[in-house]
Design a protein around this ligand. Sequence first.
Ligand code: DX5
Ligand code: ZN
Length: 220
Amino acid sequence: MTRPVKIAPSLLAADFARLGEEVAAIDAAGADWLHLDIMDGHFVPNISYGPAVVKALRGRTRMPFDVHLMISPVDAFLPAFAEAGADRISLHAEAGPHLHRSLQSIRALGKSPGVVLNPATPAAVVAPVLDMVELILVMTVNPGFGGQSFLHSQLPKIAELRRMIEASGRDIALEVDGGVTAATAPLCIGAGADVLVAGTAVFGTPDYAAAIAGLRGGAG
Ligand code: DX5
Ligand code: ZN
């Protein structure tokens, strides 16, 4: 069985002094989605960039914008990211007490809702909201920084979520984020992932097209 695999380079590892050019380059290199990591220095121990940067980049590409919110509280910021040009907005199950309400808000804004699970969060957390999401993102590092090592302990969770998605009969993307390389990508794909986020493994290399092709390679 081969499921088409999408590659979503994470802008976090790009050259921040040349963001527009980096986005154009990654588009030309064959990326499917652009992954945008939003960090608040509170939910995660790092600060990245906000909706103004997302908006500034929107005109540079037609790739879907896959916005990964690592902020808490999150609800008040959803309209700003929707207006900035996000296509998909994903938030952490751990970010607040009202995951269901936040997902409803994303839907009401006309965007595609996703839920993210930290390494210590079980797959079962998404079961009550499976009917509301179009994407489930499994963190294979603790969020906050690029360049960390892939947590192999998350592979059974990816497989469990793939089974849950198949059982639901719904069209839900299963994305993996953190430490994805040409070596770990086949493990993710083998466990059932169909979208791979990669920062360092793409932007940290001289040939973006080769890096993206290498990540996709595991799909056969
Ligand atoms: C981590 C971010 C990731 C990060 C991945 O909190 O969510 O998207 O940029 O970076 P790499 O691919 O270098 O692990
Ligand atoms: Zn991310």
